[in-house]
Design a protein around this ligand. Structure first.
Ligand code: DAK
Length: 263
């Protein structure tokens, strides 16, 4: 498939999806969702891609939300289909086997913040702005914002953001736990790729097990979560990378992970 609304690129085991509608501040329309779905198909079936980075084209926006012009044209049935499709695709980002990092380089509003929330963590440039301003349009977040934001920052903080629709700068987003790191705009992508590279060099079985244990564990009680961790740990111990990592420590050398999912 050729892409017009995103750029999909894979380099050294790191895939990058760049939302690419800079004239509309990378707003998400149906065509973009379709392309995003296609890129995720490729990522999910690849054994070579180890980390996904999501970012926005241009220096103004990550994603300024759902495309309001398109939203305004929807009848209720079209709105339902758009919402179902958007939710399903964004949930796929969260449940990808590999880590996904959002590199937020400007406005991340509405659906844009919701995409960032579905990633495993967010690095943001100093000029980034976050918010769920849907209330000012007479609607509510429709791509998981009412569910993921309170789980991440607590119900009261999330309610204030969602009820007021206010926009907050990157530093405030970092203070309340939406953003891991705020970085000078020129250095954002270098820092993101540095972290992505460090993650990509780790044992793939362990990475996948850790992500699955955290994600599934968060949706359950502690006792069940700990049982999930035991199972995930057991799976790790069957991998060649676990053998290599522990042997390398004993032999006082740096581990060389083969990173393969099979022996
Ligand atoms: N959609 C479409 N076009 C957008 C856009 C958006 N979300 N955001 C910006 N643009 C376009 C502008 O219309 C403008 O286009 P031209 O006029 O040049 O043709 C261009 O991008 C540049 O924007 P501005 O001229 O407005 O730039 P400024 O720097 O002055 O302002 C801004 C930047 C980000 C503060 C402003 O553009 C803005 O407020 N944009 C809207 C942000 C927003 O409200 N985002 C939330 C969208 S609602 C659902 C599922 C999901 C959702 C809803 C329902 N189900 C169906 C249930 C999700 C909803 C949302 O995400």
């Amino acid at each position: 498939m050729s892409y017009e609304n995103i750029v999909f690129d894979v380099k050294e085991e790191i895939a990058t999806i760049t939302f690419n509608r800079p004239k509309a501040l990378n707003a998400i329309n149906s065509a973009l969702l379709e392309e995003l779905q296609n890129a995720l198909n490729t990522i999910e079936t690849s054994q070579d891609i180890r980390v996904l980075v999501l970012t926005g084209a241009g220096d103004k926006a990550f994603v300024a939300g759902a495309d309001i012009t398109e939203l305004a044209s929807f009848n209720p049935l079209q709105a339902k289909l758009f919402s179902q499709k958007g939710q399903a695709i964004i949930s796929r980002i969260q449940s990808l086997a590999i880590p996904a990092i959002a590199a937020v380089n400007g406005y991340a509003l509405g659906g844009g913040s919701e995409i960032a929330l579905a990633c495993d963590f967010v690095y943001a440039s100093e000029n980034a702005t976050f918010g769920l301003p849907e209330i000012t349009l007479g609607i509510i977040p429709g791509f998981g914002g009412t569910q993921r934001l309170p789980r991440l920052i607590g119900a009261n903080m999330a309610k204030e953001l969602i009820f007021t629709g206010k926009l907050i700068p990157a530093k405030e987003a970092a203070r309340i736990g939406i953003v891991n790191k705020v970085i000078d705009a020129e250095q954002l992508m270098d820092k993101v790729y540095e972290t992505a590279g460090s993650i990509a060099a780790k044992g793939q079985v362990a990475l996948r097990a850790a992500k699955e244990a955290i994600n599934h564990g968060l949706n359950t009680d502690l006792v069940t979560g700990l049982a999930i961790e035991v199972d995930a740990f057991t799976v790790c111990m069957t991998s060649p990378d676990a053998k290599e990592g522990t042997t390398a420590f004993v032999e006082k050398r740096k581990a060389k992970f083969n990173g393969k999912l099979t022996g």
